[in-house]
Design a binder for this molecule. Structure first.
Ligand code: ADP
Ligand code: MG
Length: 889
């Protein structure tokens, strides 16, 4: 029988413990994979599959990647949902007796990536644990690259929808569950349908209370978990404990930068469900999933990646406490007013590196001297930032107080690390001589040695009379004396020949070797000493990493506030008044994103007045493309902006705190979920009706579109009644609809007001005025819009003819819907019934409207202006003419 080779035996022993992982087994300069791992990796990474004798009859399938370029291969595997275990040689091969000892030193999973090249610096990468039992649900999540750790619990199981929203908001890359958890009937399954998240089953014991409590106590070095306020939050304890357990298991080093548990109540923030976050395009657009075109895109003028990550969080977690909102608004006001302070602070911030991720490198022990220089550069600006803030202490107080100048750390770095160190920390050249007496002595020994060599060269030239004699150094021979062929006759006997070259001979002599020895030993000692000193510096910083992180957090907040002030100033936003009323009053308000895309001058501002009485509910009608959806979102976005503490695009804004914003916008198909449009629409609607309160803002855009006219109309009607019933809901609502019949409700229900977005008919065309006015729209202008969309003339003409017939037959005036529909069907028998779909499609595709058309004319004209060949007067005239045209749109 064949026997396994010792190395294979070692491999299989380790692999046994990491069955679910692809094991990267270090062999010299390569990571090798064997057997099934090799088969998977060769396929996924497109690398050659070979074999290796392993002692068995058949060769073991094998493939490998060079260790120095392993990162990109690991990234690919992680991206495809695999987990990777890195197995290193943990002793020096030259000193090993028998086979080199190997151990798994780190496990990489989607939620535990630390390599910057695999991460997006502006987005957090979260690993989460999920625990569900008869008492409720607990979650905990951490970003191990920044040290953030948060947890919350949901007491009753009815709130699963809330849990789902919360998890979707956090969007962890990986979720940990108990091995025996019934995943298939859990909400996690719904989450996985929505986006790509890895579900990892982890051993049950990690989810036991005692185990969790112990690990928390150990990690944070505390006597009782009460110190975190966790005493009555068992679910949080389990969630955090199991998470830490997993982090230890995968990272193999204690993560000191995870230094506190942030327990939060998810209802401390405005709750935004998944649909609302998507529909309002907060972080990315619906269509292209691009940042460009989202609210984040408009608001992001942050200078650091810590700030960028914080901004995302703030946008997804608007506040609901007036005091906190006003604190932020007041801070923005100060930074808004003081242009100089703002630009100075922003300049200082842009000099800072990512303190959070630098801290995590320090914790992991993989920080190099260049990172420490980045750290030093970042710390250098802290005192300046602090002193600039000191005058504004009052409102920006908390940030001011919590920024630690970290002068001691800065000084340590300044004293110890050279300004431009090499990448490697094991080859010397990183510590300043002045930092350590011993190091200084060793370095001067080298300088002396070099001086001796020069003197020796001088002396030998004189003694031998060979003027071209040279002393040089190479790695093979060390120092040697080089003499050209023509001078060999003058070489003394004491020289020992070492090497013959084409034109010269190389020699050594004992004295030279003695000096060399001194220099080289000193060099070796320097390298060791520098490494030791570097580690000392690193450890000192490690012990202070929590101070760095706290400061980083405050810098991040400052960065976001500055970004708000900057954006508010360049886009002319104003400070909203946020209070406890039920009012939303906006004067000349604009859509923050559309105005950026369309151009500020072209955007038509509009007013809003919602309250809890007469003006609770807007029914908004108007033709396709009039601007209904834009108006709805504009109101929602302005409320959200105010509650994250940003100024808003309106001349005046009074906002009574909103506890939730709900939206149901457009009839988008969610085919990936296997549900029909209508089904999706109705389930979103029921979510709204079940969860909204008097303090909510509801945005309904064209609900009921997904079914037949009668159904849709009746549902819409009933919904309006329900929302307006103050005993049940009474939420402030904006409702855009194409059912003109609904405008009748104004007379029937108190609080309902009809509005429409005005258009002007001009002959055969229509012009969108974009102004919202009181009253219902009387016509849908479908044919005119269709014409704008470029529908063939034949279709337009035919449609007009049919419309005329309809109108003369007075079908529109028939009160009874049934009669009306029958009459219409009779008339339209020979007309294809998908005309309106076609129009809609065309419209969406081209987004054509008169506005765009006319402005593009002006743009074309602008493009053709030949400024170089114009007199100033001509230029003035041209400009005058263009302005006139623009105003006329
Ligand atoms: P509707 O929902 O009524 O069909 P949209 O809200 O989708 O219309 O608006 C159609 C287009 O009109 C938008 O893409 C935008 O470019 C433009 N638009 C909307 N409102 C305004 C406005 N107030 N000022 C300028 N352009 C606007
Ligand atoms: Mg619309």
């Amino acid at each position: 029988m064949s026997r396994l080779t010792p190395m294979m035996k070692q491999y299989l022993e380790i692999k046994e413990k990491y069955k679910d992982h692809i094991l990267f087994f270090r062999l010299g300069d390569f990571y090798e994979m064997f057997f099934e791992d090799a088969e998977i990796a060769s396929k996924e990474l497109e690398i050659a599959l070979t074999g290796r004798d392993c002692g068995l009859k058949e060769r073991a399938p094998m493939c490998g990647v060079p260790y120095h370029s392993a990162d990109s291969y690991i990234a690919k595997l992680i991206d495809k949902g695999y987990k990777v275990a890195i197995c290193e040689q943990v002793e020096d091969p030259s000193k090993a007796k028998g086979i080199v000892k190997r151990e798994v030193v780190r496990i990489i999973t989607p939620g535990t990536i630390i390599d910057p090249s695999m991460l997006n610096e502006k987005v957090n990468n979260y690993i989460m644990t999920y625990i569900e039992n008869e008492n409720g649900i607990g979650i905990a999540y951490a970003d191990i690259t920044t040290g953030e750790l948060k947890t919350t619990d949901f007491k009753n199981l009815e709130s699963k929808k809330k849990v789902l929203d919360e998890i979707m908001k956090i969007s962890p890359r990986e979720i940990l569950i108990r091995e025996d958890f019934d995943y298939n009937s859990s909400i996690l399954k719904d989450i996985q349908k929505n986006y790509n998240v890895l579900i990892t089953k982890y051993y049950n014991r990690a989810f036991e209370y005692k185990n969790s409590e112990d690990i928390i106590k150990k990690h944070f070095n505390i006597f009782s978990i009460d110190s975190f306020g966790l005493n009555d939050r068992k679910l949080c304890v389990i969630a955090v404990g199991s998470l830490l357990d997993y982090i230890y298991e995968t990272q193999k080093v204690p993560l000191l930068h995870i230094d506190k548990i942030n327990i939060y109540n998810y209802d401390k923030y405005m709750i935004l469900d998944k649909f609302t976050r998507t529909n309002l395009e907060l972080l990315e657009t619906i269509r292209g999933k691009d940042k460009r075109g989202s609210l984040l895109w408009v608001l992001d003028k942050t200078c650091t990646s810590m700030g960028a990550r914080t901004l995302r969080k703030w946008i997804e977690e608007p506040l609901i406490e007036i005091k906190k909102i006003n604190d932020r608004l007041n801070s923005v006001q100060i930074l808004y007013n003081d242009v100089i302070l703002r630009s100075e602070l922003r300049e200082l911030l842009s000099k800072m590196y990512d303190l959070e991720r630098l801290s995590s490198k320090i914790v992991y022990g993989n920080v190099n001297a260049r990172d420490l220089i980045s750290l030093k550069t970042s710390l250098k600006v802290l005192p300046e930032i602090k002193s600039k803030l000191s005058e504004k202490k009052f409102e920006l107080g908390k940030i001011f107080e919590e920024i630690d100048e970290l002068k001691d750390i800065y000084n340590l770095l300044e004293e110890s690390i050279v300004d431009d160190p090499p990448l490697s920390i094991k080859e010397g050249g990183i510590i300043k001589s002045t930092f350590n007496e011993k190091l200084r002595e060793l370095r001067s020994a080298i300088t002396d040695g070099n001086k001796w060599i020069i003197q020796l060269e001088e002396r030998e030239r004189k003694n031998t009379g060979i003027k071209s004699l040279k002393i040089s150094f190479n790695k093979v021979f060390g120092y040697y004396i080089e003499v050209t062929k023509s001078n060999i006759k003058n070489v003394p006997d004491t020289y020992i020949r070492k090497q013959t070259l084409a034109n010269s001979e190389r020699y050594i002599m004992p004295e030279l070797k003695e000096i060399e020895n001194k220099i080289l030993t000193a060099q070796e000692k320097i390298v060791d000493l520098e490494y030791e000193l570097f580690n000392e510096v690193r450890n000192t910083i490690l012990n202070n990493v929590n101070r760095i992180l706290k400061t980083a957090k405050n810098i991040a907040s400052l960065d976001v506030l500055l970004s708000f002030a900057e954006v508010s100033s360049i886009y002319r936003y104003n400070k909203p008044k946020v209070n406890n009323s039920k009012i939303i009053e906006l004067k000349n308000a604009r859509h923050p994103v559309v105005e950026r895309v369309a151009g500020e001058e072209l955007f038509v501002p509009n007013d809003t007045l919602l309250d809890d009485d007469e003006n609770r509910f807007y029914i908004i009608t108007g033709p396709n493309m009039a601007g209904k959806s834009t108006y709805l979102r504009q109101v929602a976005l302005i409320v959200l902006m105010a509650q994250i503490g940003c100024f808003v695009p309106a001349e005046k804004a009074v906002i009574g705190i909103v506890d939730r914003i709900f939206t149901r916008v457009g009839a988008s198909d969610d085919l990936s979920q296997g549900q029909s449009t209508f089904m999706v629409e109705m389930s979103e609607l029921s979510n709204i009706l079940n969860n909204a309160t008097k303090n909510s803002l509801i945005i309904l855009d064209e609900i009921g579109r997904g079914t037949s006219t009668y159904d849709g109309l009746s549902i819409a009607w009933a919904v309006i009644e329900y929302i307006n019933d103050t005993k049940i809901l009474g939420s402030r609502t904006l409702f855009a609809t194409h059912y003109h019949e609904l405008t009748e409700l104004e007379d029937r229900i108190k609080g309902v007001k009809n509005y429409c977005i005005s258009v002007k008919e001009s002959g055969d065309d229509i012009i969108f005025l974009r102004k919202i006015i009181r009253g219902g729209a009387d016509k849908s202008y479908g044919i005119q819009v269709a014409k704008l969309a470029g529908l063939p003339k034949k279709v337009i003409d035919r449609a007009k003819a049919i419309l005329k017939k309809l109108e003369t037959n007075d079908i529109n005036n028939k009160r009874d819907y049934k009669d009306r529909e029958i009459a219409a069907i009779n008339l339209l028998e020979d007309t294809p019934d998908n005309t309106s779909d076609y129009i809609n499609e065309k419209l969406n595709e081209k987004q054509i409207n008169l506005f765009d058309y006319k402005s593009s004319e002006i743009i074309n004209e602008l493009k053709n202006v030949d400024i170089i060949n114009m007199t100033p007067m001509d230029a003035m005239n041209k400009l005058f003419e263009l302005v006139k045209k623009a105003k006329a749109i």
